[in-house]
Ligand binder design. Structure first.
Ligand SMILES: C[S@@+](CC[C@H](N)C(=O)[O-])C[C@H]1O[C@@H](n2cnc3c(N)ncnc32)[C@H](O)[C@@H]1O
Length: 252
């Protein structure tokens, strides 16, 4: 089979966070598929066709991309951030797993990208500098009971936590419920970082604590980091605070 499918991530914001490998794959593509705002970030080229689709159409988009690749085209599927973190690389694998046998012979590549939690962490220092967990708060693809159990066990294990999809226009309660669960084991004083629209013009970084967080400030463009018991905030005169998680954990 002569077609190729590459899944790339554009990073969370600016073009200089797009890797050269992702950029080369985009330039070499005949067809580009993705959610409309991500495709809009890619300049038009006469020899390329863009196929834009809506937010919740990941599996259909993956199927369209595989069908194009199976017909011999050079196809790129575009994600935000890293394509393997709550993004299109997984949908492509799911479509191959359940799709026609010949899709298994397509040359598939996944180019890594800068995921939102790494960009958010870098803005404040190193809150993810020791063991940490990553959880999506969206209950569209998994039940809330599963999310709550994962939050509780992660909190008991005293890991710093990066929370993706913390809220949306219709999902405002989850982040409050998540903070209640985390506070049970973690207390109210652990550092919290709210990184809104990292790398974009309207970026806002807030360093606060679990007890002081204004959850109304959190929206679908926010990445939330909740520290562990060894995460510290360093206040600095006239400069934003630094947040880091100690490299050392004492024996308990
Ligand atoms: C469906 S996930 C996609 C994650 C993406 N694949 C990545 O690796 O960053 C969307 C969530 O990622 C986070 N996110 C993506 N871009 C962001 C940015 N520029 N600033 C803050 N959070 C971002 C938000 O939590 C958002 O709700």
């Amino acid at each position: 089979m002569s077609g190729h499918l590459t899944v790339v991530g554009l990073g969370p914001g600016p073009n200089d966070w797009v890797t050269p490998a992702a950029q080369a794959a985009i330039e070499n593509a005949e067809d580009l598929l993705g959610y409309i705002p991500y495709l809009n970030r890619i300049p038009e080229r006469a020899e390329q066709t863009k196929h834009a689709s809506d937010n919740r159409e990941e599996l259909a988009r993956a199927g369209d991309a595989l069908a194009l690749a199976a017909s011999g085209r050079r196809v790129v599927v575009v994600s935000g951030g890293d394509p393997g973190v709550f993004a299109m690389a997984t949908a492509v694998c799911e479509a191959i797993d359940t799709g026609p046998q010949d899709w298994r012979q397509i040359d598939i590549r996944v180019e890594p990208g800068v995921t939102a939690m790494l960009a958010a962490a870098a803005r404040v220092g190193a809150p993810l500098g020791h063991d940490f967990a990553v959880i999506s708060l969206s209950d569209i693809l998994k039940p809330w009971e599963v999310i709550e159990k994962r939050l509780r066990l992660t909190s008991e294990a005293d890991l710093a936590i990066a929370l993706y999809n913390p809220a949306s226009k219709t999902r405002k309660e989850q982040i409050q419920r998540a903070f209640t669960v985390l506070a049970e084991t973690r207390g109210l004083n652990v550092p919290v970082v709210l990184a809104k629209a990292v790398g974009r013009k309207d970026e806002e970084i807030t360093v606060t604590t679990l007890g002081q967080t204004d959850t109304d400030q959190i929206d679908m463009r926010t990445l939330v980091i909740v520290g562990s018991s060894t995460t510290r905030t360093i206040a600095r005169n006239g400069l934003p605070p630094l947040v880091y998680t100690d490299r050392f954990v004492k024996e308990s």
